[in-house]
Design a protein around this ligand. Structure first.
Ligand code: FCB
Length: 389
């Protein structure tokens, strides 16, 4: 049933702010001033603590134990992000202890046979950079390049680099909808930031390439499967614009697939919603196939850098993973060069402005005791793994 290439990479993804705990960045600051409001807006359903990342999953201290679990599940790769604000807590001042920390993280992955996929920017920004204007600042690409260069120099053993995570989701939520820090609602800022991120990727690509000739460098792009008469326009602006801009500066495409989006008239998300996740996101496995087929034209290897479901009761996850992988296998069978799949996420974690309640993990986290419990559905990847290659 499943036909995957022999050296296919299987794993799960996390991001620093969502799992590490005790981060000090633009998000952690924002949480402090917005937790009450978000709790009120939930009608009191979730207390303010839900909206404060705090200790998160304490993955900063428990990464070895967590990677043991990934290994026990048969994974052979893992995607995580390096927290810029730890490495460079003040502009121009690098913290060697934190560099050492990530060296240990990479070493722990290698020791367990897990190929590291390193994301350099998963949305959080050091406070000093925020104060200079964050991603709107003309200086952002320069500072990000310095950070990227430092990382590439320190970690020559890392082959796969994801410079940016979902530039379109960040830009939309932070600068168009005004929901995420720094909560701006401006179409012009939105465009400016989106364009700035193109530059950011290009400079980061250059500095990493100069240091590491064999590095594979890309971004993690959130693409959606659109249906409806606006499809050509939406494909152009949402799915392809950024990728077209960076097409000569990427070695692979990272795909984050979550959405199907039926748009009739000007009303987005008119999905049938027969099956939805705890967050109300429609479960639509065929969409990953459609999106992959559309990406084929770039003629680059594709890694699915995120795909997952919020499902506290673990009633959808196994079927979700299996069916998405069936559609991925079909795309591969039709000549799409897909080389890896990372489930989002290894652990339950802090889901941005939603806080802790959405449960995406293959592994359940008890936030009081920090105990980990492997969900039943987590086995599906390992079972599949033992049947391929
Ligand atoms: C993606 C993000 C990731 C996580 C999942 C659910 O858009 O990249 O950090 O929040 O959604």
């Amino acid at each position: 049933m499943f036909n995957f290439p022999k050296d296919f990479l299987w794993g799960a993804a996390t991001s620093a702010h969502q799992v590490e705990g005790n981060n000090k960045n633009d998000w952690s600051e924002w949480e402090k001033t917005n937790a009450e409001r978000l709790s009120k807006e939930s009608g009191g359903k979730y207390p303010p603590e839900n909206y404060i990342s705090g200790k998160a999953c304490d993955h900063y201290n428990r990464f070895r134990e967590d990677f043991d679990i990934a290994k026990s599940l048969g994974h052979n790769a893992h995607r995580f992000s390096i927290e810029w604000s730890r490495i460079e807590p003040e502009g121009g001042k690098f913290n060697e202890k934190e560099i050492e920390h990530y060296r240990e993280v990479i070493k722990a992955l290698r020791e367990r046979g897990l190929e590291p996929f390193v994301t350099l920017w998963h949305w959080t920004i050091p406070i000093w950079m925020r104060d200079k204007g964050g991603v709107t600042s003309k200086e952002f690409p320069k500072y990000f390049a310095i950070f990227s260069e430092k990382m590439a120099k320190n970690f020559p053993e890392v082959k796969f680099w994801v410079t940016l995570n979902e530039p379109e989701i960040y830009t939309m939520n932070s600068y168009l909808h005004g929901e995420w820090p720094p909560q701006k609602k401006s179409f012009w800022k939105f465009l400016k930031v989106y364009k700035n991120l193109v530059k950011v990727h290009k400079v980061a690509h250059k500095v990493i390439r100069d240091i590491n000739n064999s590095a594979q460098i890309g971004i993690a792009k959130n693409n959606s499967y659109f249906e409806g008469w606006l499809t050509p326009a939406l494909n152009h602006f949402w799915n392809n614009w950024f990728l077209n801009k960076i097409k000569d500066y990427q070695d692979f495409i990272g795909l984050n697939y979550y959405f199907h989006n039926q748009t009739y008239g000007f009303r987005f998300n008119q999905n049938k919603n027969k099956e939805v996740s705890d967050m109300g996101w429609e479960i639509y496995p065929e969409g990953v196939y459609q999106v992959l087929k559309e990406l084929k034209k770039y003629n680059k290897p594709i890694y699915i850098t995120e795909n997952g479901v919020a499902d506290a009761r673990d009633i959808h996850r196994e079927k979700f993973i299996k069916e998405h992988l069936e559609w991925v296998a079909k795309a591969i069978g039709e000549g799409v060069d897909v080389r890896g799949y990372f489930y989002w996420s290894l652990l339950d974690n802090f889901e941005w402005d939603k806080g802790f309640w959405p449960r995406f993990g293959l592994v359940e986290v008890d936030y009081k005791t920090m105990q980990r419990k492997i969900r039943k559905s987590a086995q599906i990847l390992s079972t599949l793994l033992s049947n391929v290659g």
